[in-house]
Design a binder for this molecule. Structure first.
Ligand code: GZL
Length: 334
């Protein structure tokens, strides 16, 4: 898995794939025209699924940026199943696309299919999430956020939320984790724990933690169970807005006030998260920018042209307290 130390500046060049684009496939964006009559770049993209508002915005960004760039986009939605992503990548290899890009649903289990792409000289670009592999040559770069830093930022902004709420006494935290085995789930939990253990070992405690699979339904269901087993929870850290929004429904059903009885910090910054924050139900949001499309297309062209690219191209993102929500809402792009 990528982390700040190993990959910040390692630059990797790749031979441009010369595979010919095969015949059309479902969900192809129209072939764009390119200067000099050369064939439009063909990009095979395997998306995690459509589990959250973040994911929908990410898909829109990839599709619109590919269209803007004049690329032929072959797009597949894996419905959060790794086997679907592997078969989509295999299909792109068979079709001889120029570049393969994907957001890996979990970090392990990719070496075999990525070796097949390498054997056919098709470069692979990771977007959003990373993979664990001992063979660095299996992908060229990651275009995405630093999830461990997002976890640290969530803990740091929780300090401000507690202070603003005038919280006194023990901080009993429920954690709604993302998809088990997914990079954002692993790394956000790690970053949050790092700050908690370093700066709040005596008064913060994660009393319960379980995956809600990044979905609203998952967040609601698991939070309801949390409230049964740990009625004295006074903070919720949710790895994404959608699980936080689902949890709000469970908190209200239990007769408690989200944002007051239970302070809530989430990650993503989708519009519905900002709406909940403007209603006082979420106390702070750590942004994770899904609008990776333009950066991805830029990198894809460079990779096809055999140019050297950075090993990790990080997205820029901010953090928002509740009193910033109303002003920020009109300009939120996702
Ligand atoms: C993060 C992304 C996560 C979002 C969730 O980059 O992988 O997946 O935080 C989404 O909303 O489901």
């Amino acid at each position: 898995m990528l982390n700040r130390r190993n990959f910040l500046t390692a630059a990797v060049g790749v031979a441009a794939a010369t595979g010919l684009a095969a015949c059309a496939k479902e969900d192809d964006s129209p072939a764009g025209s390119t200067s000099g009559g050369s064939k439009a770049l063909v990009l095979g993209f395997s998306q995690v699924g459509s589990e959250s508002g973040w994911r929908s915005a990410n898909t829109d960004s990839v599709k619109s940026a590919a269209k803007e760039a004049g690329y032929t986009l072959k797009f597949s939605d894996a419905q959060q199943k790794q086997e679907n992503q592997i078969s989509a990548i295999r299909s792109y290899i068979t079709q001889g696309v120029d570049v393969i890009a994907f957001s890996p649903v979990v970090v392990t289990g990719w070496d075999a299919v990525l070796k097949e792409a390498k054997a056919k000289k098709i470069p692979v670009v990771l977007t959003d999430r990373s993979v664990e592999t001992s063979d660095e040559s299996l992908f060229v770069t990651l275009v995405g956020s630093d999830f461990t830093d997002e976890g640290r930022r969530a803990a740091k902004i929780l300090e401000k939320v507690l202070e603003k709420a005038g919280h006194k006494g023990a901080v009993k935290i429920a954690q709604l984790e993302g998809t088990t085995g997914a990079a954002p789930a692993i790394e956000r939990a790690k970053g949050f724990k790092e700050v908690m253990e370093a700066d709040h070992a005596d008064d913060w405690k994660i009393v319960v933690s379980q995956t809600g699979d990044f979905t609203r339904a998952g967040g609601k269901q698991v939070m309801a169970a949390f409230l049964q087993s740990n009625p004295d929870i006074n903070v919720l850290f949710a790895h994404n807005d959608d699980m936080g929004i689902g949890a709000i429904q469970a908190i209200e059903a239990a007769g408690k006030k989200p944002g007051k009885d239970i302070l809530i910090v989430t990650i993503d910054g989708v519009k519905d998260g900002f709406v909940a924050m403007s209603e006082g139900k979420i106390n702070a949001i750590v942004e994770c920018n899904p609008l990776l499309g333009p950066q991805l297309m830029e990198v894809v062209q460079k990779v096809k042209d055999g140019e050297t690219v950075e090993r990790w191209i990080k997205t820029k993102e901010g953090d928002f307290m509740q009193d910033q929500a109303k002003a920020a809402l009109p300009t939120r792009k996702y």
